[in-house]
Design a protein around this ligand. Structure first.
Ligand SMILES: *Cc1c(COP(=O)(O)O)cnc(C)c1O
Length: 226
């Protein structure tokens, strides 16, 4: 997959949303494995939100680009021993999937910063290989997050399985939308459903994604796997 210019991606998002009768989703530019210079180049075109998978790799870029005032999202699995650094450096953590992480992030969010925005990652296809909580675990985890003043519950994130059958992919995305709607009833501040990547973002937007996470389609194929 070769890279598309940012305006083309934004137009694609807009067209997919319009076709589905939905508002435009936010674009998270996934910059894992990309150098800080590539992030700066996209920021110069107006992109503000960037997603990273690895805390250490991200921190180097966050510190190098501090003056740009970008918004950084952690989208990769977070080990508990990295929670302190993540709470200090990121604006959002999209991969919260267990109570221990809730407590660790809340304990370490610096008082000088705004509350840390948090998404609950759901393992929607119940894959052994994937992180994320089971759908049934969302209400209790959401209540635990909402009880923490240093955390702000914003919604849900998923990485649905890339089933060859489009109907099966659509079912997983629709189940996520159902969970998101139920969560927003219990927690009215919830506004974010993060799903859709380079290969499936039009489908995710059609099913109600409010944020898509796009790497390859923006930056081109990654030199190393991440
Ligand atoms: C790498 C990654 C993406 C972006 O994937 P692309 O296929 O390159 O667009 C999105 N979300 C997560 C969680 C990722 O790890």
């Amino acid at each position: 997959m070769s890279a598309l210019p940012l305006p083309t991606i934004l137009l694609n998002l807009h067209n997919a949303a319009t076709a589905a009768g939905r508002p435009d989703p936010r674009l998270l530019a996934v910059s894992k494995t990309q150098p800080a210079a590539a992030v700066a180049a996209l920021a110069a075109q107006g992109q503000r939100a960037f997603g990273e998978n690895y805390v250490q790799e991200a921190v180097a870029k966050i510190e190098a680009l501090r003056a740009l005032g970008l918004e950084w999202h952690l989208i990769g699995h977070l080990q508990s021993n990295k929670a302190e650094l993540a709470a200090q450096q990121f604006d959002w953590v999209q991969s919260v999937d267990r109570p221990k992480l809730v407590a660790a992030l809340a304990a370490h969010r610096p008082a000088a910063l705004a509350p840390l925005n948090v998404l609950i990652q759901v393992n929607i296809d119940d894959e052994d290989s994937k992180h994320g909580c089971r759908p049934e675990a969302v209400p209790a985890l959401a209540a635990a997050i909402a009880a923490q003043p240093r955390l702000q519950l914003r919604g849900l994130m998923a990485i649905p399985a890339p089933w060859p059958d489009p109907a099966r992919r659509q079912q997983a995305l629709a189940r996520m939308y159902g969970l998101f709607q139920a969560l927003a009833v219990a927690h009215p501040q919830v506004d974010t459903l993060s799903m859709g990547m380079s290969g499936d973002y039009p489908e995710a937007i059609a099913q109600g994604a409010t944020m898509v996470r796009i790497g390859t389609a923006l930056f081109g194929a990654r030199a190393r796997p991440a």
